[in-house]
Design a binder for this molecule. Structure first.
Ligand code: ADP
Ligand code: MG
Length: 403
């Protein structure tokens, strides 16, 4: 299995090498790294409320007989003149696809600008935890759908950081690495994200999902290798424009609720606290807080259910999570609701929910392995658009790759 996965990522690495030779006078890159996208099983919009999340990395798209592993790779080599030159092969990324700038020094600080995609990379370079960095040439190639809810952004940040570690090693602190990548997204890409995506892309382990306590930053591996179980990701292939504006609004509403409850964060609150303070909150802020407090509780129960191989309970919690995201947090959309409803009609499906920030992107479904083909067919038939399916194989987080 491990051999096959390396080979799958190998086709992406090969693509990056070809692009590198084409762009940099036929030279071969000396360094290669990869970082995966992620899917969150449960615990949505809880990370920035100091709650629990339960994501995993490792999924592949089945193209005829071959499974194509999804991730972001970066290949490159140092250069002597202190210049950084980076190319992305992503078709969806804005022009220009090549950026060039001097490596940061104490007197030369990088700043965000155009094109937008380069800000994720520049942010990581600026917040890198060792230095001074040499100049380098690099090519980025990814098959994580951009903006598809599988966190192409974190995989790009974490791939970049892992690449820099090969050029100029840091102390190897994984928590600090994930936090530096998150800081890059906040300060350079203008997205006030939580810590889930960067943590799982850094710390994913083969055969496991990862329970993350976003308050203490502790992580707990939860084995997920039962051959009778399948985690299916369905991409709605829609993305509504609301994502960018609604996310910061939700964050503010959560902060407002926590403040009204006299708590440092919603993690510190229980449902009884919320009910006691209901009169202090607007109807909307009350419902936002009800989602978060309920979701944190659901996620810790789901983690216990997974450990006990109680997939029925896990599935029921997934459905409760979806309904709460749809009704109280209001971040779902008709396409995601339709995909979840279709999945739940199939025998052998334990549960299904939207995953990621919302307003489009993907759903995640837990089901008996024997029901996978039927689920796929049924969802395809019922969905009013073109869905893409991914099967998960819990795998490792970011790493250097042999060339
Ligand atoms: P998600 O993380 O769910 O895929 P985001 O909106 O958070 O969606 O991040 C998508 C953005 O990240 C893209 O619009 C682009 O700017 C940047 N990005 C991600 N992957 C790449 C890549 N391989 N090359 C260039 N930019 C990328
Ligand atoms: Mg993202």
């Amino acid at each position: 299995m491990a051999g096959r996965r390396e080979a799958d990522l190998g086709s992406l690495l090969a693509q990056a090498r070809v692009a590198y030779r084409g762009a940099f006078a036929g030279a071969d890159p000396e360094i290669a790294v990869s970082a995966p996208g992620r899917v969150n099983l449960i615990g949505e919009h809880t990370d920035y409320n100091q709650g629990f999340v339960l994501p995993m990395v490792g999924f592949s798209q089945r193209l005829s007989l071959q499974a194509l592993q999804l991730g972001t790779v970066m290949v490159g080599s140092p250069r002597r003149d202190g210049t950084i030159s980076i190319i992305t092969t992503a078709e969806e990324a804005e022009e220009p696809k090549r950026v060039q700038f001097p490596a940061p020094t104490e007197t030369n600080t990088l700043r965000p600008g155009e094109p937008h995609w380069a800000n994720y990379v520049k942010g990581v370079i600026q917040h890198y935890r060792a230095g001074p960095l040499p100049g380098f040439n690099a090519v980025i190639a990814s098959n994580v759908p951009l903006g598809g809810g599988l966190s192409s952004s974190a995989s790009l940040e974490v791939a970049t950081y892992t690449f820099l570690q090969q050029l100029c090693p840091d102390d190897g602190d994984l928590v600090a690495k994930a936090l530096a990548c998150q800081k890059a997204e906040h300060t350079f890409a203008g997205m006030p994200c939580g810590i889930m995506d960067q943590f799982i892309s850094v710390m994913g382990k083969e055969g496991n999902a990862l329970l993350i306590d976003c308050r203490s930053l502790e992580t707990f591996l939860l084995p997920l290798t039962d051959p009778s179980l399948v985690v299916l990701i369905t991409n709605s292939n829609v993305r509504h424009a609301l994502t960018g504006s609604e996310y910061p609004t939700r964050r503010r509403q959560c902060e407002e609720a926590a403040k009204a409850l006299g708590k440092a964060s919603l993690r510190e609150a229980c449902m009884a606290d919320l009910e006691a303070a209901r009169a202090l909150l607007s109807e909307v802020v009350y419902r936002r807080a009800r989602h978060v407090i309920g979701e944190i509780e659901r996620t810790s129960r789901a983690a216990q259910a997974l450990q006990a191989k109680d997939y029925r309970t896990f599935g029921r919690l997934m459905v409760e999570s979806h309904n709460s995201l749809r009704d109280d947090y209001e971040v779902s959309c008709p396409e995601l609701d339709g995909l979840v409803a279709a999945a739940l009609e199939v025998r052998g499906v334990y549960g299904s929910r939207m995953t990621g920030g919302g307003f489009g992107g993907c759903t995640v479904t837990l089901l008996e392995a024997g029901a996978a083909e039927e689920a796929l067919q049924h969802i395809k038939e019922k969905y009013n658009g073109t869905a893409t399916f991914y099967f998960t194989t819990p795998s490792d987080g970011a790493k250097a790759q042999p060339l």
